[in-house]
Design a protein around this ligand. Structure first.
Ligand code: MG
Length: 365
């Protein structure tokens, strides 16, 4: 059976304004820089996707890597896994992390969208799963700029947005009492039976993390996310041994290799890969199999649309991180119901873009 062939690639980039400014240990962000990848096939199918590599000034380098990788698939039949494996097995000159991974992810996401559109199925069905609700949490606020009163009010707003019962707060303020007050305020809004996650965005050194996490360890937080540098595996192992609260990391895994090493070395209790950095749908699926083998629960980081589809076929699926960052540019953002993301029952990933918004916030690449 012959499949349609891959014909052309269109790349666009934009700096989409955020509804809520991000104030974290990694910096302050008012926009989300995205690259849009659209692959047109011989039957007219257009596979669409986006990645969000944060740093607008680096977009031209990523875009040129995407274009270079695309040369390997033009005029070929669509087969996302095969292309992913070919690139991953031949990246020794570029490395299996960083820009090479981002570029491959951008193509991979669009190829899977095209492939599932050709099969006339939602992505999760195309991968062998079914359409259904995906348990999510609202991650759209509670940054480090909140004082106690702001935290209570913002938590209420975040809960009401989609009837959420799980929220995430960012911690690591210069004064631990401010963190403790913010936790108390959010817990008051959330109710004592609901889960509160927390994220340190790698803000602590290992000795400080040991000190401050000890204070926070009996506060009923559901997980400690990235307290120290993401690459300090020995440090994570030590923290995991010392703390009762589960440790999670994974948004900075570059490809399934990193995820495997983290799970093999038992440095965390949960993982939360990022669709772009884990290398798209193909990298996610490989990681999901590894997590299943280690019996480790797997959550997602950003990119709620494609991540929700993938959670439906992830054996240890845990919590989907929901943010509204992409909403201004999406024609039909996924709907929320009772703290779940609702996957649209249409072919592909359901991602399509508002051209006027992409044009308005365009970045030249
Ligand atoms: Mg995080």
């Amino acid at each position: 059976m012959s499949m349609p062939k891959i014909q052309s690639l269109s790349l666009k980039a934009a700096n989409i304004p955020l509804n809520r400014v991000v104030v974290g240990k990694v910096g302050t962000f008012e926009n989300w820089a995205v690259i849009i990848t659209e692959i047109t096939c011989s039957d007219g199918t257009v596979g669409k996707g986006y990645i969000g590599p944060y740093l607008a000034n680096y977009m031209p380098a990523i875009a040129s890597t995407i274009k270079e990788l695309f040369k390997n698939i033009v005029d070929r039949e669509i087969s996302p896994y095969q292309f992913y494996n070919e690139v991953m097995n031949s990246t020794s000159l570029m490395g299996r992390s960083g820009i090479a991974i981002y570029a491959l992810a951008a193509l991979d996401i669009s190829l899977w969208d095209a492939s599932s559109k050709m099969a006339n199925e939602p992505l999760c069905v195309h991968l062998g799963g079914s359409v259904g609700p995906v348990k999510a949490y609202n991650s759209c606020g509670l940054w480090l700029d909140n004082n106690t009163n702001d935290s209570f009010e913002e938590a209420q707003k975040l809960i009401n947005k989609g009837n959420f019962d799980i929220l995430k707060i960012r911690l690591g303020r210069s004064n631990i009492d401010q963190d403790l007050n913010a936790i108390e305020a959010v817990k008051k809004a959330l109710g004592k039976d609901n889960l509160l996650l927390c994220d340190f965005n790698q803000g602590y050194s290992l000795p400080d993390a040991t000190h401050f996490l000890n204070i926070l360890d009996n506060k009923g937080l559901y997980w400690f996310e990235e307290p120290i540098d993401y690459y300090n595996y020995d440090g994570y192992k030590e923290l995991r041994n010392r703390m009762k609260t589960p440790i999670i990391l994974g948004e900075n895994f570059h490809g399934p290799d990193d995820a495997f090493r983290a799970m093999d070395q038992k440095i965390c209790d949960f993982i939360m890969p990022d669709l772009m950095r884990i290398c798209g749908v193909s990298g996610w699926m490989q990681t999901a199999s590894i997590a299943a083998a280690y019996r480790i629960k797997m959550s997602s980081h950003l990119f709620p649309e494609v991540s929700a589809q993938l959670m439906r076929v992830t054996p240890t699926a845990h919590l989907c991180e929901w943010t509204d960052w992409a909403e201004p540019m999406l024609k039909d953002p996924y709907k929320l119901k009772d703290g779940n993301l609702i996957i649209p029952d249409i072919p592909g990933t359901g991602i399509d873009f508002k051209e006027d918004i992409l044009e308005k916030y365009k970045i030249n690449i």
